[in-house]
Design a protein around this ligand. Structure first.
Ligand code: ZN
Ligand code: ZN
Length: 243
């Protein structure tokens, strides 16, 4: 079966005024995944089996708490904890293994290994993973085949550091050789130009704290710190200051 392409959400993200269109797509997928798990689906056996096994990561659990469905989250956490109690009972009967090169961080200790693994598994992350990859592939597919999209890409405000790296890494598998050279030139240019723009906005943001600049205009700097956080760390801070 041919894998689906998501040309509409990708075009929408590149039409939006954002410091990183990939972050915008990720945020939408994330809020859809949270709405899904906090909706009626958490009562479904197959979903609950997965949430009991994987739990949630440090980023997504607070977002789920914010969703206000306290009973839903309570029930999911309750059966997750029941499952983890069973795992701990099983682990209590296991001996520490010999330290190997592979397990040097946990010393071959099955409990340490299991607990470390639980810190990185997340039902919400896993639910988004496939669509997220398809969004990146669609972005590169459109760059390769659609000249109107290439223009749009070139006029965008670049990306955050994380997604800049991911697009760079995936590009050779999805672009023709000639398009790859053009892509590298284009993405490197928009990344540096826009990173510098946000950096300069941030500099004025800090300069505004100088009493001598108190009455000077903010220019584009009022939300510079929020945009700098997005550019460097792919984090969308919610409170957008008014420009
Ligand atoms: Zn991003
Ligand atoms: Zn997660």
């Amino acid at each position: 079966m041919k894998e689906q392409l998501y040309t509409i959400p990708v075009n929408d993200a590149f039409d939006a005024d954002t410091e990183c269109p990939v972050c915008a797509m990720y945020d939408k997928l994330e809020s859809d995944a949270i709405d899904f798990v906090m909706g009626a689906s958490y009562m479904e056996d197959d979903v609950r089996m997965e949430t009991n096994k994987k739990g949630f990561c440090a980023k997504h659990l607070p977002l789920m708490y914010k969703n206000q469905n306290r009973l839903g989250l309570g029930l999911m956490m309750l059966t997750y904890m029941d499952q983890q109690l069973k795992e701990m009972e099983k682990l209590a009967g296991k001996k520490r293994g010999a330290t190997s090169w592979f397990s040097k961080n946990t010393g071959g200790d099955p409990t340490a290994e299991y607990m470390a693994e639980q810190q990185c598994t997340c039902y919400v992350c896993d639910r988004m993973k496939h669509s997220y990859e398809r969004y990146l592939i669609t972005t590169l597919y459109l760059y390769n085949t659609d000249s109107a999209f290439r223009d749009k890409f070139a006029r965008s405000k670049g990306f955050c550091m994380k997604h800049f790296g991911e697009l760079h890494e995936m590009a050779p598998s999805h672009l023709s050789k000639s398009n790859l050279d053009e892509f590298d030139t284009c993405i490197n240019r928009i990344m540096v130009e826009n990173f510098r723009r946000v950096r300069d906005d941030l500099e004025w943001f800090t300069d505004k704290f100088d009493y001598r600049n108190a009455d000077a205009p903010w220019k584009n700097s009022k939300d510079a710190l929020i945009r700098a956080i997005q550019k460097t760390n792919a984090i969308s801070v919610e409170e957008k200051a008014k420009k």
